[in-house]
Design a protein around this ligand. Structure first.
Ligand code: BEZ
Ligand code: FE
Length: 293
């Protein structure tokens, strides 16, 4: 038990007094984290000098963020996403060796039990949207193809909705699937050209973005989780570089290395070879996994 008296609370020493109160913390990491947060929070309040009304507005905002959360809606994660904190935590925890593919946010629409499909399968179950073929190779940082790599993909439909956002309207597991590479490390599957879509913006985070003059859109993308024994799991996306929102993703998820061209293929021979009956978009993207630490 600490017997030292840190003094009474003043405007000048406010952070020090609060931090000193945690001197006997049994959870040292928590005390360390709270010391940093207290230091920066008090500094921010001193710089902002909020009125009592403004502070109460902030409390009401956070209360509303909490009230908007339920089993399928996590408004605090959306707040973290839209403030760039999710991407910062992702960057800190996914520093990759040179040559390895980069990560980005998981997002709220991953479903853990998507069906495992034969390589080449079409993940679009309702025939809506412009056809797309995605292909590439999964290799290690030494360039060797990865045999038996698990590829978990999911995407929004051509109207910008995931199946879980339109239960009953889209078939269950629409535009998601799990594939496994063979010895050559290649993969290919069919889907539909994705479109930009808004992050859920009918809650307090959406209102905040609007007041800040920000749009809620994410540029068109495909989500991937790549796993292979002996390698770090990679959670990432590939993005359409021609999307109107490519330079202003609402959650800051775009990285240059994750841009993948969506080429329109109109040549009848190629269309027939790919098994389509009309022009389709082709996306070629390889992934490089980092060895497990
Ligand atoms: C997504 O890409 O699925 C996503 C990511 C962050 C917030 C909302 C959606
Ligand atoms: Fe997404």
């Amino acid at each position: 038990m600490s017997t030292e008296k840190p003094g009474y609370f003043t405007e000048e020493n406010s952070a020090d007094v609060v931090i000193a109160r945690n001197a006997d913390a049994s959870d040292k990491r928590l005390a360390e984290v709270m010391a940093v947060i207290t230091k920066h929070l008090h500094a921010a309040v001193k710089e902002i000098e909020p009125t009592q009304e403004e502070w109460f507005e902030a409390i009401k905002f956070l209360t509303s963020v909490g009230h908007t959360c339920n089993d399928w809606r996590q408004e605090f994660i959306l707040l973290s996403d839209s403030l760039g904190v999710s991407m910062l935590v992702d960057a800190i925890n996914n520093r990759k060796p040179t040559g390895a593919s980069e990560s980005t946010v998981l997002g709220p629409f991953h479903v853990p039990d998507a069906p495992e499909l034969p390589m080449g399968a079409d993940i679009c179950l309702d025939q809506k949207g412009e056809p797309m073929l995605v292909r590439g190779r999964i290799v290690g940082t030494d360039g060797q193809p990865l045999d038996g790599a698990k590829i978990d993909v999911w995407q929004a439909n051509d109207e910008g909705f995931y199946d879980v956002q339109q239960k009953g309207l889209q078939p269950d597991f629409n535009l998601r699937g799990v594939f496994r590479t063979g010895p050559d490390g290649t993969y290919h599957f069919k889907g539909v050209k994705p479109k930009f879509y808004p992050i859920p913006d009918d809650g307090p985070v959406g209102q905040m973005l609007q007041k800040l003059g920000r749009h809620p859109y994410r540029p068109a993308h495909l989500h991937y989780i790549l796993e292979a024994p002996g390698f770090e799991t990679l959670i990432t996306h590939i993005f359409d570089p021609d999307d109107p929102y490519i330079h202003s993703d609402a959650v800051f998820g775009v990285k240059e290395s994750l841009l993948a061209k969506f080429d329109l293929i109109s040549d009848p021979e190629q269309i027939a070879r790919a098994g389509f009956d009309r022009p389709y978009y082709e996306v070629v993207h390889d992934f490089v996994l980092a060895p497990a630490k």
